[in-house]
Design a protein around this ligand. Structure first.
Ligand code: NAP
Length: 226
């Protein structure tokens, strides 16, 4: 694992990372590319995420990382990791938005002192999510738009404010300068009555699940698993 970390440090032209995440609990075959493929198919590996975590813990001692965390773990996988870990993950990066709220799972993190980072905070706005096509867009949900109107905001900003109100970091992505600027306006406080309205629009819709391609069944015990 350390050679991969060194390669990232070199690419980023830095001596250390503030936060280093294990992207998936599932292993890929060893190789010089991120996801080694054979005949166009992703090759899986035989390493174990607990061993990877131990190697990540060691990077804290070298100063190459300041904090370490995980991404895309199920509750059972996280519990197993915690039972072997010397260091509790600083953060867990998960798909989370008003249509996939996962309150019990996020409360479990709070209890363990693990910070939640929400990826895909706009849900099916990411156009690669085929399961999110033909169902309307999260940021155009009527409840979200009604609340947006009240605060003079847009739907994307309300989706971000919902995550922030829950104590999470939100990770919106845009390559459009006006949107990048506008998304900063998602850092505002929603009133309790609006949070309650937003909590009621949960559809338990998970858009990111590469289980088939990665040879691993992700999110087994989580909301939105099909
Ligand atoms: N840990 C993981 O496994 C994982 C998985 C998925 C994503 N992520 C990370 O999470 C971050 C965001 O995820 P994401 O890209 O899936 O989701 P996202 O930020 O919810 O959605 C991105 C899409 O929303 C559009 N968009 C951005 N701001 C908008 C706005 N104000 N109004 C309308 N559309 C807007 C973007 O378009 P334009 O770019 O064209 O403006 C893009 O198509 C990324 O940094 C990504 O690397 C992590």
């Amino acid at each position: 694992m350390e050679p991969a970390l060194d390669a990232s440090l070199k690419d980023l032209d830095t001596d250390y990372l503030d936060l280093y995440l294990m992207h998936w609990p599932s292993p890929f075959a060893r190789g010089s590319t991120l996801t080694p493929k054979k005949d166009g198919k992703i090759q899986t590996g035989d390493s174990n995420y607990v061993d990877t975590w131990k190697a990540m813990e060691a990077t804290l001692k070298t100063g190459k990382t300041k904090a370490i965390g995980i991404s895309n773990f199920s509750k059972a996988e996280l519990e197993r990791l915690l039972s072997h870990a010397s260091v509790v993950p600083a953060a867990h990066q998960i798909e989370c938005h008003p249509w996939l709220q996962q309150h019990a799972f996020t409360a479990f993190h709070k209890e363990k002192g693990i910070h939640i980072q929400q990826y895909s905070p706009f849900g099916n706005q990411n156009e690669i999510y085929s399961s999110g096509q033909n169902i309307g867009k999260l940021i155009e949900d009527p409840t979200i738009l009604e609340i947006a109107k009240k605060y003079g905001k847009n739907g994307a900003q309300v989706a971000l404010a919902w995550g922030i109100a829950n104590g999470h970091s939100v990770l919106p992505k845009s390559k459009t300068p006006e949107r990048i600027k506008s998304n900063l306006g998602g850092d505002f406080k929603l009133e309790k009555e609006d949070l309650e309205k937003l909590n009621a629009i949960d559809k338990k819709l998970r858009f990111n699940d590469p289980s088939g391609n990665f040879g691993w069944v992700f999110y087994k015990d989580l909301e939105g698993k099909k």
